[in-house]
Design a protein around this ligand. Sequence first.
Ligand code: GDP
Length: 193
Amino acid sequence: MKVNQVELVISAVRPEQYPDEQLPEFALAGRSNVGKSSFINKMINRKALARTSSKPGKTQTLNFYKIEESVYFVDVPGYGYAKVSKSERAAWGKMIETYFTSREGLKAAVLVVDLRHAPSKDDVMMYDFLKHYDLPCVVVATKADKIPKGKWEKHKKVVRETLDLAKGDEIIVFSSETGQGKDQAWNALKSRM
Ligand code: GDP
C-alpha cells in the first residue's frame, strides 16, 4: 500500500474514547524496544510518528492511527519493561484486555518480535493471550538486517516453535532498516481486511 495520509485520531484509554467509525483495524503489540514504532513508521512511510512516551509513570494509551481513510493501526503500549510497577502493569493488562475483547473492527493483531532471539516469556504470554481470544495474529520478526540472510529460516523456526504458532498465523521476516518484508506485511494485512 502506498501511504500518503496518516492521522493520529486519538490516544485512548477507555472504550468510550475509541473512534466510532468502523474501519478494518490492526493492533500492534510488542515488547518495549523491540522495534514496534520503527515497524509502524516503515509501513506508513514516516520518519517519526507522533508517539506518546512509553516510559513508566506516563499514562499508557492506545494510539489510533487512521491510514488512507481506510484502515486503523492501533499502537498498543509495549510490555516487558522491567521498571514498571505492579499497579501500572495491572492497568496495562486491564486496558488491553478491554480493547482486545470489545473492539469489533479488529481484524488481527500484529505481534512484533526480534528475529535474532527466541521470543521472551512476555512475548509467549502475549501470543497466548491473543490466541485465548481467538484473534488471528501476524508475527513480524524484525531486525532481520542484523543477522545474515542464510540464518533467517533457522531463526524463523525458533520463533515459530517458541510461540507454538497456530494454524493460519504467519511469520514475516522484517527489517525497518532495509524495508525487507514490507510488501509481504501489507499483503498479510490486506488479506485479513
Ligand atoms: P519500540 O520501543 O518497540 O517502539 O522500538 P523502536 O522502534 O523505538 O526501536 C528500538 C531500537 O531498535 C531503535 O534504536 C531502532 O533504531 C532499532 N531498530 C528498530 N527496528 C530495527 C531494524 O529493523 N533494524 C535495526 N538494525 N534496528 C532497528
